[in-house]
Design a protein around this ligand. Structure first.
Ligand code: ATP
Ligand code: MG
Length: 189
């Protein structure tokens, strides 16, 4: 599951859990982006904080792990590179790339789009406020999964932290504490 995870929240975790159950996955690898291609205009928290919050959030689930492939790679993050690296580490694995409805619509604009569909199946999770259109995407490689609607976004969590409003129960407890300890999201939107 790829994402900026700035910070990781319960919407991400529920989506991952639902996809794992539906597709009988052995493992869900959370892959925090290094330098997100579609967020170049935005301030993004340093990768190490985003990576560690994702580790904290997933630590109690034996099927959830976190990969550093994107945070350790130089340059912008492209999903084709993510999939190549994961494939190299797990040569026998059948890969499913989990992403949100908003991201899948941009998929045809991603680097090496045709190759992507040969490397993994894609699971688009629905998200409140985003109607999903998969027209033009190969139906046998792209799956759409309805997940329980959780109207949580990282943007909202950052704005709340900045305004001094509670973020309890939107993100895991350890992530609430990590945000407070490192005073994240105080000076940015
Ligand atoms: P931001 O508000 O900073 O864009 P975000 O909440 O969208 O953050 P991302 O890290 O961008 O989080 O999300 C990674 C993936 O998880 C995206 O493809 C996104 O659509 C999906 N996602 C995020 N929040 C939810 C949610 N509440 N329900 C379902 N999918 C979600
Ligand atoms: Mg987003």
């Amino acid at each position: 599951m790829g994402g900026t995870f700035d910070p990781v929240h319960h919407g991400h975790l529920v989506a991952a859990s639902e996809v794992a159950a539906r597709f009988e996955l052995d493992e869900v690898v959370f892959v925090p982006t290094g330098h997100p291609t579609f967020k170049q205009e935005q301030e993004v928290t340093v990768a190490e904080h985003r990576y560690l919050m994702t580790v904290i959030a997933t630590a109690s689930n034996p099927r959830f792990t976190v990969s550093r492939v994107d945070v350790d790679r130089e340059g912008l993050t492209f999903t084709v590179d993510t999939l190549r690296d994961l494939k190299a580490q797990r040569p026998d694995a059948e890969l499913f790339f989990i992403t949100g409805a908003d991201a899948i619509e941009q998929i045809l604009t991603w680097k090496d789009a045709e190759e992507l569909f040969t490397m993994a199946q894609f699971v688009a999770v629905t998200r409140p406020g985003h109607a999903l259109s998969v027209d033009g995407l190969p139906g046998d490689r792209v799956h759409v999964l309805e997940i329980p609607a959780l109207a949580i976004s990282s943007t909202d969590v950052r704005e709340r932290a900045r305004a001094g409003q509670p973020v309890w129960y939107l993100v895991p407890d350890g992530v609430v504490q990590y945000i407070a300890k490192h005073r994240l999201y105080r000076g940015q939107s």
